[in-house]
Design a protein around this ligand. Structure first.
Ligand code: SDX
Length: 427
């Protein structure tokens, strides 16, 4: 059988053969379907891109029904168990796991770029004491573009490579500075003898001790969380990175746009929203009333549901297991008990079962961050740090894709027809 779709336009009786490739038809093949010569041709209408592929990608594969997540073909469960975040970031950016030499070079190239220009301190100092750290991160990442004007040379591979090192390296530094500013603590310089995550913990929590020593189990837990958050195919913030990146600004500006998209409570802001929801529920006894509010449409069960996963988010499974490990070290919290009970009830509740709503990556991650003494408003920032590797992988793939051009969707216009201006006295 041919790989084509035969379409009959019943308005004209004409039939068309549309090629099918990789499970998709090209929307531009619909334009030939016209009623008459004045007709611009058919478009596909897909608000929120529920069923539209915006690109070809080789970075991440998700099977929502079977709960499968692969980074460049490697199962997330194996990477979480056997890899490190920096190695996973290399895999996402380069497409292959690094050799020992490549991993040493990659680690060196990123480690030597962890510092930021001293003027960044003045940006941070300019924020109000209770500024949300995502707002601070978004602004300072965008501001970084002004320190590296050569980053606009995005078709120069050397410049792209350096920008990728700088953004992956400086995200933890900026994140920690935002936290230190909000706490009124002095900024901590990077300690390049520590691991990527160990240095982040150093810049977050070092006080007066001569050298900060991260607790190994906490360093490991955060490294695994970073692996799990590193990429997720064409999510809202990756789409922002590609769309803004398609007009060819520098990657700092495109990354600032991706951070803005991630900030929303329906996306990366959900981990913070989960904690605030659990705190609002307060006790296990209050769960049935809360869920009644969800069924009535007055509430959302934050951390549940996903556009793609109609099964358990594979990341949530790993995070849930890790939560139990972390709590065995830090001691459990009443919020974990509420979360476990909430999940148990929701997974048996027809409202959630009928809508295929399962815990997603955000349902348990916030509980671990809280156990690691990270403040709630820092949770989306902890999502942005590792996701920078995914955003940059998608950004570079878009730039190198010969089929890609500036993103400029069409619209279905239902506004007023042409009409003459009316003087104010006649309105
Ligand atoms: C992330 O895309 C990605 O890959 C994102 C991400 C990544 O790694 O990049 O995985 C990270 O963003 C995870 C999602 C975090 N967000 C939340 O946990 C917020 C709560 N979840 C929802 O808002 C919602 O599930 C979304 C935003 C995640 C998905 O929204 P969709 O696909 O647009 O689904 P929908 O809103 O159309 O919901 C379908 C139905 C609706 O009910 P009906 O109108 O059919 O009656 O399910 C209901 C929704 O009301 N629903 C929920 C719900 N999620 C969906 N009802 C209650 N609680 C929820 N959490």
């Amino acid at each position: 059988m041919p790989d084509t779709l035969t379409v009959t336009d019943n308005r004209t009786g004409r039939t068309y053969e549309l090629p099918v490739a990789n499970g998709a038809v090209r929307a531009t093949d619909l334009r030939q379907i016209r009623v008459d010569d004045n007709d611009n041709g058919l478009m596909s209408y897909d608000p929120a891109f529920l069923n539209t592929a915006s690109c070809v990608s080789r970075v991440t594969y998700i099977d929502g029904d079977r709960g499968i997540l692969l980074y460049r073909g490697y199962p997330i469960e194996e990477l979480a168990e056997k890899s490190t975040f920096l190695e996973t970031a290399y895999l996402l950016v380069h497409g292959e796991l690094p050799t020992a030499v490549q991993e040493r070079e990659w680690t060196h190239d990123i480690t030597i770029h962890t510092m930021v220009h001293e003027n960044i301190k003045r940006f941070m100092d300019g924020f109000h004491h209770d500024a949300h750290p995502m707002g601070m991160l978004l602004s300072t990442v965008g501001a970084l573009s002004t320190f590296y004007p050569q980053a606009t040379r995005i078709h120069d591979e050397e410049q792209r490579r350096t920008s990728i090192w700088r953004l992956i390296a400086k995200m933890p530094t900026l994140a920690a500075m935002a936290y230190r500013h909000s706490m009124g603590f002095p900024y901590v310089y990077p300690d390049n003898d520590l691991s990527y995550v160990g240095n982040f913990l150093n810049m977050m929590f070092k006080m007066v001790e001569p050298r900060y020593q991260p607790a190994p189990e906490i360093e490991h837990a955060l490294d695994v969380l970073f692996i799990l958050h590193a990429d997720h195919e064409q999510n809202c913030s990756a789409n922002a990175m590609r769309s803004v990146g398609s007009s060819e600004p520098d990657p700092y500006s495109a990354t600032a746009a991706a951070i803005a998209a991630l900030y929303g409570p329906l996306h990366g802001g959900a981990n913070e929203a989960v904690l605030r929801m659990l705190e609002r529920i307060g006790t296990r006894d209050a769960i049935p009333e809360f869920l009644a509010g969800v069924r009535a449409g007055r509430e959302r069960l934050m951390g549940f549901g996903h556009r793609v996963y109609k099964n358990y988010d594979p990341r949530a499974k790993v995070i849930k297991r890790m939560a139990e490990q972390v709590f065995s070290v830090t001691g459990t919290t009443p919020l974990l008990d509420i979360a476990l009970e909430l999940e148990k009830i929701a997974l048996e509740d027809e409202y959630f079962v009928s809508r295929k709503l399962y815990p997603n990556v955000d349902f348990y991650s916030g509980l671990i961050y809280q156990a690691l003494n990270l403040p709630t408003d820092m949770f989306p920032v902890l999502f942005a740090i590792p996701r920078t590797a995914g955003w940059l992988s998608q950004w570079e793939e878009m730039l190198l894709d010969k089929e890609q051009r500036i993103a400029r969707p069409r619209q279905v216009y239902l506004g007023p027809e042409r009409r003459p201006y009316v003087a104010i006295g006649q309105r």
